[in-house]
Design a protein around this ligand. Structure first.
Ligand code: AMP
Length: 203
């Protein structure tokens, strides 16, 4: 399969070419059409290096075309650490570089919250965050989660292992109109199974 056959449009294809991706990696072949076309939840066993970030980032970016008028975040990616959150944001920016009007924000603990509040005023459609800091924003009412359609938990096993279980489940429960919940995990730990069992509609 090619990226085009999987449903990726011209502007994103341009970015893919620029990044030197020649063909989809296996996890991308499976995940891309699901997140692009279906209201289905999924769990993917995927290690770092398999192309998992692009597997969920490409459909998130592609789908934004249809939703340009929205003023509230449409997609949320949760990551266990600041480093991973920044890495995801950087890859998403690269993939979105030719699509105008896409605004991404990265929220993580340790950075002054006021600076993040300023960036949230620019109405990002995509939010990449660590769970604790996202809950902090939610409690301050500086972010609303009710228009989010896609939620991704990256490195879900690590994130749930690090004591974020409560924050993550609270966040999922605040997303009332969710269409996709994607769990990406290197292992299927007990906590990952629990979240999947509690929130996923299909497996
Ligand atoms: P990840 O597993 O998301 O950490 O990705 C590992 C690396 O593979 C990243 O540097 C990506 O930019 C790169 N990558 C993702 N998809 C592809 C692809 N289809 N072809 C070549 N490289 C890719």
């Amino acid at each position: 399969m090619t990226f085009s056959e999987l449903g990726v449009g011209a502007k994103v294809l341009q970015a893919i070419t620029e990044l030197g991706f020649e063909r989809p990696m296996p996890v991308q072949e499976v995940v891309l059409p699901i997140l692009l076309n279906e209201e289905t939840d999924l769990i993917a066993l995927a290690q770092t290096g398999t192309g998992k970030t692009a597997a969920y980032a490409l459909p998130i970016i592609e789908k934004l075309l249809l939703e340009e008028k929205s003023k509230r975040p449409r997609s949320l990616v949760l990551a266990p650490t600041r480093e991973l959150a920044l890495q995801i944001t950087s890859e998403m920016r690269d993939l979105a570089q030719f699509k105008e009007g896409i605004r991404l924000v990265c929220l993580y603990g340790g950075q002054p919250i006021n600076k993040q509040i300023e960036t949230l005023k620019r109405k990002p459609q995509i939010v990449v965050a660590t769970p604790g800091r996202l809950m902090d924003h939610y409690n301050r009412k500086t972010i609303r989660l009710d228009k989010i359609q896609t939620v991704v938990l990256d490195e879900a096993d690590r994130m749930l292992d690090m004591g974020f279980f409560k924050d993550v489940t609270k966040i999922i429960e605040k997303v009332k109109n969710r269409k996709n919940l994607g769990l990406f995990s290197a292992t299927i730990s007990q906590e990952v199974m629990t979240v999947s069992w509690m929130y996923q509609r299909d497996e």
